[in-house]
Design a protein around this ligand. Structure first.
Ligand SMILES: *[C@@H]1O[C@H](CO)[C@@H](O)[C@H](O)[C@H]1NC(C)=O
Length: 455
């Protein structure tokens, strides 16, 4: 009997410890996931630690006059116009409700062009008990086809305190007068456990932004600069991914097919450049997003430039972004309508006459897994269709202009020009040469007046 009892007690004890261990494990995982809300004490101390990190960091910012502003997507989402105007500096007990989010990090941007690297910053950070990691990368402003070796510049700083982080992203002004930051790439020798690198919003991709207007405000008792239009900034952030032009491949291309430097080619590129800048201005005033399409996209992708014998500038626009005042806006800008083919419901394309260079705007339609744009032959009413795999849009720079291209540029160009897109083709027929062209019937004669307009 005594023996049975002992076994029973022992089993019960083992069972109880197992449950306890499981509970501990569960609790630990919750805390690791940042859900320490469950224990109110841990939550407070986590927020307190974060606030102290921010205070230390902003102390450094003040001391070294660092041109930083808040770009943290989680914090900016918590702001409302009221919170910014109210400036809760009156609060005696600062409580961290905007700058401390559900995450273990807060992100700031630093204007690289207005800042001079000062090693004393590192010492001052260490004195305040902040650990610091610096990530460098190539300066793309110095990379060109003539010089592929660029010097390295600081791209990211991570200040760590109590396993919490301030992530500082260094923004540089590029020649198209926009702000750019590089991706966060760790070198082999770097500590991969220093930060939750996969979670950082400003780590995975290079990104580009227009320069935001900033205002000084007080959040959680701390003075910080934020984009004045923070909701606009968040919107811009969501489609800010940036692709660098492929200088290395472009250089290899020009070694096979030397660049045309005749006066004619140089002249065409200058005209195409100014047409591209003008079109971008007109469309951005209207708030219509667009991307480089067809030959203009191929020129960027293959040779970081405009193909001199292409004779036009090609842009793509989603049909959902079509506005009736597009034509009028281009005409006001000095670009008369040359032709209009198709209609909003089907195969719309607009063509404007620039200074010896034509501007073609193709409207793109959604069709399940693919997207397409249409073509129309004026004399016969025949319709064509050019089909592409779905894509998202990324920013890049062409001819000193910040402009969008399909992020999956290789797939887009291959769909349009086939696997041999890397070989120049000078004789081109839009009805038969494209790799992705399909016959698409004929416009009914009664619609011709509407869908075939040539000026
Ligand atoms: C903020 O930016 C958005 C565009 O992203 C714009 O629609 C809005 O009018 C801007 N707000 C102000 C106050 O400028």
């Amino acid at each position: 009997m005594a023996r049975v009892n002992r076994t029973l007690v022992l089993s019960l004890l083992i069972a109880a410890s197992c449950i306890f261990l499981l509970f501990q494990l569960f609790n630990h995982r919750q805390t690791k996931n940042g859900l320490s809300v469950l224990s109110s004490k841990g939550y407070l101390s986590g927020k307190e630690a974060h606030w102290h990190l921010l205070k230390k960091f902003l102390g450094l910012v003040h001391k070294f006059k660092l041109p930083v502003f808040l770009v943290d997507t989680a914090s900016l989402k918590l702001l409302s116009q009221d919170a910014v105007l109210y400036r809760d500096s009156q609060l005696k007990e600062p409580h961290c409700s905007f700058l401390c989010t559900h995450r273990d990090f807060t992100t700031f941007a630093l204007y690289g062009n207005l800042w001079k690297y000062d090693a004393a910053l590192l010492e001052a950070a260490a004195e305040r008990g902040l650990e610091l990691m610096e990530i460098h990368g190539k300066d793309p402003r110095l990379v060109s086809m003539d010089d592929l070796t660029a010097k390295e510049i600081p791209l990211h700083f991570l200040f760590r305190f109590n396993s919490r982080l301030v992530h500082v992203v260094v923004l540089y002004e590029r020649s198209g007068k926009y702000l750019w930051h590089g991706p966060l790439r760790l070198k082999a020798s770097m500590d991969r456990t220093f930060a939750p690198f996969g979670k950082l919003d400003y780590g995975r991709h290079a990104r580009a932004y227009d320069r935001p207007e900033l205002i000084l405000t007080t959040l959680d008792g701390l003075d910080v600069r934020i984009p004045k239009n923070f909701s606009g900034f968040l919107r811009e952030f969501s489609s800010s991914r940036f692709l660098e032009c492929r200088s290395r491949e472009a250089k290899a291309f020009f070694q096979l097919y030397p660049e045309d430097t005749s006066a004619e080619a140089v002249d065409f590129r200058m005209r195409a450049k100014s047409l591209l800048h003008l079109a971008s201005k007109v469309l951005s005033v209207l708030g219509v997003p667009f991307w480089l399409s067809s030959g203009t996209c191929l020129g960027w992708y293959r040779q970081c430039s405009i193909i001199p014998y292409s004779k036009d500038v090609d842009l793509g626009i989603w049909i959902k972004d079509y506005r009736h005042d597009i034509t009028q806006a281009f005409q006001k800008a000095g670009l008369p309508l040359k032709h209009k083919f198709g209609k909003v419901e089907d195969s719309l394309e607009l063509s404007f006459q620039g200074n010896d260079v034509k501007l073609d705007i193709f409207f793109f339609y959604d069709d399940g897994d693919v997207v397409w744009n249409g073509g129309t032959q004026a004399k016969s009413g025949r319709k064509f269709k050019y089909v592409f795999p779905r894509f998202s849009l990324c920013w890049t720079e062409l001819m000193e202009l910040k402009v969008q291209v399909p992020c999956e540029t290789g797939d887009y160009v291959t769909a349009n020009y086939g696997p041999n897109w890397n070989v120049p083709v000078k004789t081109w027929d839009w009805k038969s040469s494209p790799f992705n062209v399909q016959e698409n019937g004929v416009w009914p004669v009664r619609e011709w007046d509407d869908v075939i307009q040539v000026y």
